[in-house]
Structure formats: structure tokens, C-alpha cells
Ligand binder design. Structure first.
Ligand code: GDP
Ligand code: PGA
Ligand code: MN
Length: 603
């Protein structure tokens, strides 16, 4: 093996010695320091085509189809660990292992893991490079798929290497697919190990990921760094790292508001981030679709930055009627499609892209597929990976190092019952209470059963780097750091409530603009709301439903606050709060729950 340091594009000595140590442990054939250039993209994508991982798409410029191992299609929450020094700091919602024990176990998995492969070293920055305090990372990986995906998803390569100097703080991200190649052994299109570990060492700002190539497990700048590690940084430094999209809305009167929204994975963030408003005269522009870092500005308002540079979006359900802007983004090429179906003429297809499927496809398991096959052609968690800069609705502010001031935060989940279409919180504290009780049906974005209701506080359940009780206290503390009038107003939404016929009670997608419009009018003091035990909901007639072709009795049902359902819900919240532990659950949240029960009993 060539000496890894010879070609190092950095004088950050700690990075160089770490790379040497990892190379000694993992024994790759070669070490490549990534420069993030177009030439590098061409070289690696060609290599991926040659070895059968990628198929070049004839119908999309510079774009590739990719099918993973059928057992490596989603985040693995039961194999994800927060290895804080003390178990109590990981809290009751995370898997924990002692950091020394975890490193001992994982070191043996990493030993020789890159044999026969190339080790790539990727320098990246989460958020604009010209931020006041740019947040850096270096990822080591033995996957070309990861290397090219990181080029899309982060700001990476030479400009980042040039910025790193001795002592620059950065998150160390170590990744291997865990599939060494021995002399004479043939490779497979999607190497991975059956055993997987996605481990975080929050005190050391370090991530070790082993055995998976799937985005959420392997593109370590994303959920692992920007949520799990960053949530801990944010707690220590007085800001928030959240699972939120960021959207710019301009009213017909040219008033501009920026909003953020947190929904669990596969519950509508990317779609809302690219909203095509059906309300006349409104414009929506995209700033981020998955992660928001929120910090106070000098004016006492919360400003949001999107740390990412690409979308890693759920493919099924994305079509010209639901998300035309996502379709236009991928049409421009430079994209990777994983576990979708491929058409015979070299394009991609998935359920929901068009009303009728093509007569013949290659499905995500590389099999012949026809409409009578009886199985979806694309995996439900199949993804497109595409640069945000290509999005036709991208707001120029997406690159603003100081971020954008947030007027409203929306929390939501996927609930067939109980949760109304929209509720406004009474105060920051009440909003934190609602968010702490957020719940959603599980989706295909994580391995395991789909459709089971679980609590997912702030949509952060799988992404918290520390104790959930401390996290709630941190949210409450943020609310005391500025004038209450400067804080974003908090709303709770549910696009997924269903009627007795099991059909959605709200059309969703572009029509969600009507809910955002009501919320912004609430902020401006010009929209009506009814006081209910759970918060403020639109009065009949307060939502602008002009031109909406949808059964209005269904909308009334979507907005209903059903006391019986809510009494049952408070019992589930009791169980959830009991899990957090008495000494860690902030008293004010318990009091909020008590007050809600009293208001429900008064009816
Ligand atoms: P994300 O993972 O939170 O970014 O979720 P996506 O925006 O990718 O959406 C996940 C799935 O939910 C996709 O299949 C979408 O088509 C669907 N979806 C998104 N928004 C809505 C909505 O407003 N209503 C309904 N019914 N489905 C939606
Ligand atoms: P999302 O993120 O589903 O929230 O878009 C990707 C993931 O969780 O794997
Ligand atoms: Mn998304």
C-alpha cells in the first residue's frame, strides 16, 4: 500500500495521523483523498458502472440507477447506538453501549475490513463554508457509492481541505461497508455486512458506522452528524439541531415569512419543502428539506440554516401532481436513484410517478416486472439523491451563512385518528408540550414493522444524541432566552387523518399551503381560531378553501377535536412520560398534561 500521508491535501496533523491509524487497522489496498471535483465524480461513477453497482441512465444526464442488497434498504434503529460515557446521558430512548466496550467490539469488525478495497477520505462542511463557525467533518469510507453521494449531499472537497488547519475542530466519521475482498474473490454490486453498527460517541464528536451502505446509515454528514452529534453540540452551545425542513413563503402582498417543519421520516418534509401552493398569488421557495440548525440572531429571533447541499428524498409518491419541483430537480440530472425501478429505455419509475406504470420494468431487485407482478416495482423507501442547487424553487437564501429568521414551526406526524389537521399552541411552553407528545405511524424509512403508532418527540426519536428529558428542558430554556414575541409560533399538523372509509380527510401536498396561510394570518393577527382543550383550531370558515375541489364535510372531520379520542391519547402520553423518568421530565410538561386533562374533563 502507498503511504496515505504522501498525498494528503491537508496539514491538519490530527487528521493525517487518524487516517494512518485507520489505514493500518482496516488494511485497504489504496488510500484516496477526495477532492470533490467533477473529474473525481466521473472516475468513481464510471467505476461503479463497470462493477455493476450503477447503471447509467440514458434518459437523465449524468444520472445513475442503483439497487442495494435487499437487506440494506433503510436506517437500522435497533443497531444505532449513542455511546455516551454514562448510560444515563443517552436516556431511555436510545440504545447505549459503553464507549470503550463499543470501540473494542467494533475495532475487531474494522480490522482488515477494507482489504481489497480503496479507502476514500472526504472532507466536508455542514452548512455554508463562510459561516461564522463552520462545522466540519472528515469521513473515511470504503464505498464509492458513499463518496459520490457525499459530493451531492455536502459541501466537500478541495475548498474544505484548504480551510482545515491544525486544530480546526471536526467530527471524525469512520465508515466501512464491512465486506473485505480477498485475492481472487469477486465483488458484488452492493457489498455490505449482515452485522451492522451505527455508533455515535457524542462527547468525542465521533461516529463509527459499520456494515451498511444505506444513506441514513452511511452518509455520515446527514442524520449521524447533523442530528445526533449536532443535537449534543447544540445542547452544549445553546442552539437547536432539528429534523426540520425550511421554507420561504411570499404572500400576494409580497410579505415574506420563513417557516420550519419537523415530521418523522417519510411523513412529508421533502414534499412540503418543495410546496407548489394552490392558493392564488402565493410563492413557496425551498431552503432545506430535512435538517435545520437554529441559532439566535442579534435581533433575538431564531435563524435557521440547512446544513446539507442535496436532497435524499423518498421516491414513491413523488410525481408531477404531488411534487412537480422534485420531478424538475431530478430531470436536470446529476442524480443517483437507489432501489427504484428502471424502464427499458433507460429511465426510472416508481409507484406514484405516473398513474399507469410502463408495461415492463426492471424492479428494485433486478427482476423483470410487469403490472401483474403483484409487488411494487420500487422499494417503499427507495430514494433519489440530487443537488439542492438544481431545484427550480430553491431560494437564494439557502446559502446564507447566517440563515433565515423563522416565524413559525410546524410539528406533525402520520396519524389516522385523533390529531386535527392543524392546532396552534397557546405559548412556546405549550408548543414544546405538544411537540414532546408528537406521535406517528412507523414508515419504511426504518427497518421494522410499518404502521405502528409510536411517540416521536419533535420527530427526533431516532436522532437524539442525548437524554430526551434534557432535550425537552433545552427546548424550554431556548424559550426563555429571548422576548416571547420574537419566538416562532408553534403549530401541530396532521396531513394523514383518515375517515371511516379509510380515505385521507385532507388532500395534502400543494393544498397544505392553505394551512400555512392560516398559520401566518394567525401570526399577523387576522385569522379566526376556536379555543379547544388541545389548543387553537381554525373556526369553520377561517381556512381559505377558495377553489378547493374536495368534500368539505371531510375537512370539518379533519379539524375535529374528539374528546373521547383525546382522553385515550392522554393515557398514551402518561405512558410515554412515565418512560422518560420522573426526575428527567421537566415539571412544566407534566403540568401542561395535567391542565390538558382538566380541560378535557370540563367538556
Ligand atoms: P420525508 O421523509 O419526511 O421527507 O417525507 P416525504 O416528503 O418524502 O414524503 C413521504 C411520503 O409521504 C411520500 O410518499 C409522499 O408522497 C407522502 N406525502 C408527503 N406529503 C403528503 C401529504 O401532504 N399528504 C399525503 N397524503 N401524503 C403525503
Ligand atoms: P427522511 O430521511 O426519510 O427523513 O427524508 C432519510 C432517512 O431517515 O433515512
Ligand atoms: Mn425527506
Amino acid at each position: 500500500m502507498s503511504t496515505p500521508t504522501a498525498a494528503a491535501p491537508t496539514s491538519h496533523p490530527a487528521v493525517v495521523s487518524w487516517v494512518e491509524d485507520v489505514a493500518d487497522l482496516t488494511a485497504p489496498d489504496e488510500v484516496v483523498w477526495c477532492d470533490g471535483s467533477a473529474a473525481e465524480w466521473d472516475r468513481l461513477t464510471t467505476q461503479l458502472v463497470d462493477k455493476g453497482t450503477f447503471v447509467r441512465l440514458e434518459r437523465k444526464p449524468n444520472s445513475f440507477w442503483c439497487a442495494s442488497d435487499p437487506d440494506d434498504v433503510a436506517r437500522v434503529e435497533d443497531r444505532t447506538f449513542i455511546c455516551s460515557r454514562f448510560q444515563a446521558d443517552a436516556g431511555p430512548t436510545n440504545n447505549w453501549m459503553d464507549p470503550v466496550d463499543m470501540k473494542t467490539v467494533m475495532t475487531e469488525h474494522f480490522r482488515g475490513a477494507m482489504a481489497g478495497r480503496t479507502m476514500y477520505v472526504i472532507a466536508f462542511c455542514m452548512g455554508p463554508l463562510d459561516a461564522a463557525e463552520p462545522k466540519f467533518g472528515v469521513q473515511i469510507t470504503d464505498s464509492e457509492y458513499v463518496a459520490v453521494s457525499m459530493q451531492i449531499m455536502t459541501r466537500s472537497g478541495t475548498p474544505v481541505w484548504d480551510t482545515l488547519i491544525a486544530g480546526t475542530e471536526l467530527v471524525r466519521c469512520l465508515h466501512s461497508v464491512g465486506a473485505p475482498l480477498y485475492p481472487g474473490q469477486a465483488d458484488v454490486p452492493w457489498p455490505c455486512d449482515h452485522t451492522k453498527y451505527i455508533s455515535h460517541f457524542p462527547e468525542e464528536r465521533t461516529i463509527w458506522s459499520y456494515g451498511s451502505g444505506y444513506g441514513g446509515n452511511a452518509l455520515l454528514g446527514k442524520k449521524c452528524y447533523s442530528l445526533r452529534i449536532a443535537s449534543k453540540m447544540a445542547k452544549d452551545e445553546g442552539w437547536l439541531a432539528e429534523h426540520m425542513l425550511i421554507l420561504k413563503l411570499t404572500s400576494p402582498e409580497q410579505r415574506v415569512h420563513y417557516v420550519a417543519a419537523a415530521f418523522p421520516s417519510a411523513c412529508g418534509k421533502t414534499n412540503l419543502a418543495m410546496l407548489d401552493p394552490t392558493l392564488d398569488g402565493w410563492t413557496a421557495e425551498t431552503i432545506g428539506d430535512d435538517i435545520a440548525w437554529l441559532r439566535f440572531g442579534d435581533d433575538g429571533r431564531l435563524y435557521a440554516v440547512n446544513p446539507e447541499a442535496g436532497f435524499f428524498g423518498v421516491a414513491p409518491g413523488t410525481g408531477v401532481h404531488t411534487n412537480p419541483h422534485a420531478m424538475a430537480t431530478i430531470e436536470r440530472g446529476n442524480s443517483i436513484f437507489t432501489n427504484v425501478a428502471r424502464t427499458d429505455d433507460g429511465d426510472i419509475w416508481w409507484e406514484g410517478m405516473t398513474d399507469t406504470p410502463p408495461p415492463h420494468l426492471t424492479d428494485w431487485k433486478r427482476r423483470d416486472w410487469t403490472p401483474t407482478s403483484g409487488e411494487p416495482a420500487a422499494h417503499p423507501n427507495s430514494r433519489y439523491c440530487t443537488p439542492i442547487a438544481q431545484c427550480p424553487t430553491v431560494a437564494p437564501e439557502w446559502n446564507e451563512p447566517g440563515g433565515v429568521p423563522i416565524s413559525a414551526i410546524f410539528f406533525g406526524g402520520r396519524r389516522a385518528t385523533t390529531i386535527p389537521l392543524v392546532t396552534e399552541s397557546r405559548s412556546w411552553q405549550h408548543g414544546v408540550f405538544l411537540a414532546s407528545t408528537l406521535s406517528s405511524e412507523t414508515t419504511a424509512a426504518a427497518a421494522g414493522q410499518v404502521g405502528v403508532v409510536r411517540r416521536d418527540p419533535m420527530a427526533m426519536l431516532p436522532f437524539l444524541g442525548y437524554h430526551v428529558g434534557d432535550y425537552f428542558q433545552h427546548w424550554l430554556d431556548i424559550g426563555t432566552r429571548t422576548n416571547a414575541g420574537l419566538l416562532p409560533k408553534i403549530f401541530y399538523v396532521n396531513w394523514f387523518r383518515r375517515g371511516d372509509d379509510d380515505e385521507f380527510l385532507w388532500p395534502g401536498f400543494g393544498e397544505n399551503s392553505r394551512i400555512l396561510e392560516w398559520a401566518l394570518r394567525r401570526i399577523e393577527g387576522t385569522a379566526e381560531a376556536d379555543e379547544t382543550p388541545i389548543g387553537l383550531v381554525p373556526t369553520p370558515g377561517a381556512l381559505d378553501l377558495t377553489g378547493l375541489k374536495f368534500d368539505h364535510t371531510k375537512i370539518a372531520a379533519a379539524l375535529k377535536v374528539d374528546t373521547t379520542e383525546w382522553v385515550a391519547e392522554t393515557r398514551l402520553i402518561d405512558e410515554w412520560y412515565a418512560r422518560i423518568g420522573g426526575n428527567k421530565l421537566p415539571d412544566v410538561l407534566r403540568e401542561e398534561l395535567g391542565a390538558l386533562k382538566l380541560r378535557l374533563a370540563d367538556l
